[in-house]
Ligand binder design. Structure first.
Ligand SMILES: Nc1ncnc2c1ncn2[C@@H]1O[C@H](COP(=O)(O)OP(=O)(O)OP(=O)(O)O)[C@@H](O)[C@H]1O
Length: 260
């Protein structure tokens, strides 16, 4: 597997605070890589820099060898690197199907005026967006929810809709920010299976930030560990679970194991 995404010497400073210091790692195509670390370790900041929602202080992110850091987020998304939406940003007054159609505007070929005057290109776009939404819902096992208002969805389905919206633009890399947060065991296991399916069947490379250690250990090919803004370890779940520096970062002592 070749490197699809490369994080090179990324540093982010907020005034006097260094949220990320000299972080470097690469993500291989079709890999599921998790970024973990205690609260405030710098995980979200790193994700925001990778998806270009935050400018870097120094360092760079390469996607297929091309620099994507400090571009506009929608340009990065168009290239294929997409961060999923949090539930709070989903339009609750839309149905599940409508939400996925609207999210596809990034792929639109028609101008706004074209939509207004219902140009041929706009009409073709609208039809193909509908077909794509239906295919995606079937793939995710959510067809029965297509006409449901997002506001009526239970937590697990709402989270799945967030992933569907992320997939609406057919990304090559999906960044998931705490996909299992607030879920019970069964919901987490369903979401783990869904994320695996997205990787296995659609070939999407997945990066995720997560606190749920059991889920992280079961889903990840590799794990990157941050602590106080620095990268302290990188390896397979087995390697990370027995890494003294990681155990110490989580528990303040190398005598215990990561809570699982
Ligand atoms: N916009 C900002 N301005 C100033 N400081 C910030 C900003 N965003 C994050 N920080 C600080 O940077 C550090 C890293 O924060 P970040 O949210 O990246 O950590 P995290 O590992 O994602 O934490 P958590 O697991 O609690 O979500 C924290 O000290 C945080 O207070």
């Amino acid at each position: 597997m070749s490197a699809l995404l490369e994080v090179r010497h990324l540093t982010k400073k907020f005034g006097g605070l260094t949220a990320n210091r000299d972080i470097s790692f690469s993500v291989k195509e079709h890999e599921i890589l998790s970024v973990i670390g205690p609260n405030g370790a710098g995980k979200s900041t790193l994700f925001k820099m990778i998806s270009s929602f935050l400018p870097t202080t120094s360092g760079e992110v390469l996607y297929r060898g091309e620099r994507i850091s400090n571009l506009k987020p929608h340009i990065v998304a168009r290239k294929g690197v997409v961060r999923t939406f949090q539930e709070t940003t989903i339009f609750k007054s839309m149905t599940v199907r409508e939400s996925i159609i609207v999210a596809q505007h990034l792929r639109s070929r028609a101008s706004l005026a074209g939509y207004f005057w219902r140009s041929k290109t706009a009409q073709e776009d609208i039809e193909s967006f509908g077909r794509y939404a239906d295919d995606l819902l079937e793939f995710l096992g959510m067809s029965a929810l297509a006409g449901e208002l997002a506001s009526n969805l239970p937590q697990g389905s709402l989270r799945a809709l967030g992933i569907a919206i992320g997939l609406a633009t057919d990304p090559k890399v999906l960044l998931l920010d705490e996909p299992f947060a607030g879920m019970n065991h069964d919901e987490t296991m369903r979401m783990v299976a869904l994320v695996r399916k997205v990787r296995d069947d659609r070939g999407v490379t997945v990066l995720l930030v997560e606190h749920d250690m059991a889920a992280v250990m079961s889903i990840s090919d590799r794990i990157v560990v941050l602590n106080f803004g620095e990268m302290i370890a990188e390896g397979t779940p087995q390697e990370i679970q027995s890494d003294d520096k990681v155990i110490e970062a989580y528990l303040g002592s190398a005598d215990d194991e990561i809570g699982m």
